[in-house]
Design a protein around this ligand. Sequence first.
Ligand SMILES: *Cc1c(COP(=O)(O)O)cnc(C)c1O
Length: 389
Amino acid sequence: MEVIDSFLSEREQKNLLRRLKPAQSRGDGKICFEGNSYFDFSSNDYLNISTHKKMKKAAKDAIDAFPVSASASRLLSGDLDLFHILEDRVARFKGKEKALVFNSGYQANCGIMGSLCERGDIVICDRLSHASILDGIQLSGAKLFRYRHNDIGHLGGFLKRERSNYKECFIVTETVFSMDGDKPPLREIAALRLKYGCRIIVDEAHATGIFGANGSGVVEEEGITDEIDVIMGTFSKALGSFGAYVASSRKTIDYLVNRARSFIYSTALPPSVIAADLTALDIIKEEPYRRRSLLDNSDFFRKRLAERGFDVRGASQIVPLILGDPSRAMVVSDILKERGFWVLPVRPPTVPQGESRLRFSLNYSHGKETIEDLIDEICEIVGRSESRL
Ligand SMILES: *Cc1c(COP(=O)(O)O)cnc(C)c1O
């Protein structure tokens, strides 16, 4: 096929062809490629719960107690008590009336946007929104407007000019952004809800298990649960398992059960995954020191780099180090690999021109010593890479 050939060769020429790269093992902050072990600064297993003894035991016990597969959609014969126990737990965790489990965050966002929003509505989302949010909006047929990243003035100005031209209005934001590691001005966004008659949908994929007194997320931390209409998040990042949830009003959840095609037309998650999801919620409750230590170390990492004159951003366990030029980001990443640190460069079009970066995902197993070593390496390499470029 000519289209395929030309696509692949163009990507290859531009040095942008993505390839899969199998690791021999990973977990607890380490990753192993081709016999070499690295400190893993690229995984979303922020609390290292995916290797927790209790998680493995819960999944194994569920495999013994239930079939390996759910074997059908929830609306056919795939439903089990276990799903409802998890959904009740999530609803309480998030402070909402009811919750629904989806097979993944991607499917949740496609289902939420695709069924709550319709032609004639407007969905206003941050310019850095995750692909699953954008894909869901496309499915819905609603009009899309993207405001400049975390720019409340841009968002407010658009609402003032355009709100009256649409039926329903939805504002969508992540509560921790995956590439920038920063948080939106959520209270200010919430203040626009009543003023302009909007509904607010948030994606807590990177915040669940990390922020808030109970580890529920940024909505909990900000104390504005009642002002956020729909809260989604995943079990696949800090919670170390798989699947996703939506928490909202009873009616909204009942509506999703009847309308969300990614929920209706897909086999339910295996019971062993649901058991692990439940156990992850236990661990979040029982071991708050994991998230405290992670956030503490992330602050430490960011402060130390800033002291040494680097452009670091964010306010979470995701720490972008802006290096500007894409080849500079590539070189620094390659040398860090030689030194045993696995961290990936992020280049345009994922981020704006001139903002190529290394994106560090810290996790609980990375102690202060490892982080200090990493900072020393970064300082040494960036000094040296100037002359190599
Ligand atoms: C990872 C992610 C998702 C998708 O979740 P999966 O469970 O991996 O499909 C959705 N939204 C955001 C912001 C994410 O980072």
